[in-house]
Ligand binder design. Structure first.
Ligand code: ATP
Length: 144
């Protein structure tokens, strides 16, 4: 499907966050394998991304068929469904991926993701809230 090299990234979950990550990576010139379990989401993204696959990412055998272990970097962008998020990070870790990024909804969720193998945990809403607080007070310097 896609020959992973150092520039390729797999993005799992194409919600608002995962979709933005995947689209930005493509704009930056990376090859992206995007995975979502919902047919309508896959359909919606198929003309904007080259490789979009419909699959349940909590299923380790499905991930192995997609060659997820060959990727250097994987972003798990499933948030609301904590069980699916945790199981997906676990399956990606078991596949031997060296750099796993995962989105968390709460600090507790984030702690679990670290424990099951995420190397980087991001909190998009909290991070953007903090950023906006700085922006509205004109303190952009804090971000340099
Ligand atoms: P947003 O980024 O829009 O805030 P969110 O945090 O609410 O998203 P979810 O809606 O839970 O995240 O999941 C994002 C995407 O992940 C959805 O498009 C959903 O279909 C997909 N997804 C959820 N579970 C799985 C799974 N097991 N395998 C693959 N994709 C999944």
């Amino acid at each position: 499907l896609i020959q992973p090299d150092s520039g390729t990234v797999a993005v799992i979950g194409l919600g608002r966050f995962g979709g933005a990550v995947a689209e930005s990576l493509v704009r930056l010139g990376h090859e992206v394998l995007a995975i979502d379990e919902r047919a309508e989401i896959v359909q919606q993204w198929s003309d904007r991304l080259t490789h979009v696959v419909q699959a349940d990412a909590t299923d380790a055998s499905v991930l192995s068929q997609l060659g997820i272990g060959e990727f250097d970097r994987v972003v798990v962008a499933i948030g609301t469904d904590i069980e699916a998020s945790v199981l997906t990070v676990l399956a990606v870790e078991e596949a031997g991926v060296g750099e796993i990024w995962a989105k968390a909804i709460t600090a507790k969720h984030g702690r679990i993701l670290h424990r099951v193998g995420a190397h980087h945990v991001v909190y998009p809403e909290a991070a953007m809230g903090e950023r906006v607080a700085h922006l509205v007070t004109g303190r952009m310097i804090d971000f340099i």
